[in-house]
Design a binder for this molecule. Structure first.
Ligand code: CA
Length: 243
């Protein structure tokens, strides 16, 4: 069985699609992109966060720490210059699916946007990518035929639902996403692709507990993966101060 820590060990890059759900774009007052855009998170930000593991997200001082629940893909083969309509090629490149939370330092990101600086810090703190164990596709298991555009993502804070939407609301579908990425950078086995977050993102502080679920089909479908993350304050010298 492949576990979250195996995914972390094998991962060489994490490529994330931004602004891929219409209602999330409007809640942050962003403009709808004409083509997918992406950014990277460092593999060092991965936090193995399956329910019951006792995973802790570390909130850096001065940082408005937002959750963004997302469907992640684990890449299973080399992908370069994939055609945007090659649905079979895209599916064949997916070794497995992941439930993930793209944690974002919102005030750091807003400052970066304002000043035209890169997003790396806002997205890259240690523990800023909680993931669950992957649902690895194989010829003999049920994950092979999962429809990644018909899964349900949800996230709760202290038992209160904050995000709950279907992956069928993605603006850019997975073949297009993998196509756009692979025209720029080759995807290799073990890489992770995050497909964007639906509406409802918000902050967490120390003492909060985040839980997330990935279900097959709709909100009443079979639970495929569950995350559980306690939020703590991060020790150490870093502090974000707006300038
Ligand atoms: Ca995101």
């Amino acid at each position: 069985m492949v576990r979250a820590q195996d995914v972390k060990a094998a991962c060489r890059k994490v490529v994330c699609i931004g602004r891929n759900y219409a209602d999330h774009i409007s809640e942050l007052n962003n403009t709808r992109p004409k083509q997918p855009f992406f950014f990277l998170k460092p593999p060092s930000s991965i936090l193995c966060a399956d329910k019951g593991l006792g995973a802790s997200l570390l909130r850096p001082r001065g940082v408005n720490t937002h959750f963004e629940v997302e469907l992640g893909l684990v890449v299973g083969r080399d992908v370069r210059d994939l055609h945007p309509e090659d649905g079979e090629g895209a599916l064949g490149a997916i070794a497995g699916y992941l439930l993930s939370i793209d944690m974002t330092a919102r005030n750091v990101q807003e400052e970066a946007k304002r000043k035209g600086l890169p997003w790396d810090i806002a997205k890259g703190f240690d523990t800023f990518l909680p993931i669950g164990s992957p649902l690895m596709r194989s010829a003999s298991n049920k994950y092979r035929d999962l429809d990644p555009h018909n899964l349900h993502l949800s996230l709760s804070v202290n038992g209160k639902t904050k995000q709950s939407d279907s992956t069928n609301l993605m603006l850019f579908r997975i073949p297009r996403i993998l196509s756009d990425i692979s025209r720029v950078m080759q995807l290799t086995p073990g890489d992770i692709v995050l497909t964007g977050t639906p509406k409802g993102v918000g902050p967490v502080v120390a003492g909060d507990k985040m839980t997330a679920e990935l279900r097959n089909g709709d909100a009443n479908g079979e639970v495929l993966s569950e995350l559980e993350v306690d939020v703590k304050d991060r020790e150490g010298p870093y502090e974000f101060k707006e300038t």
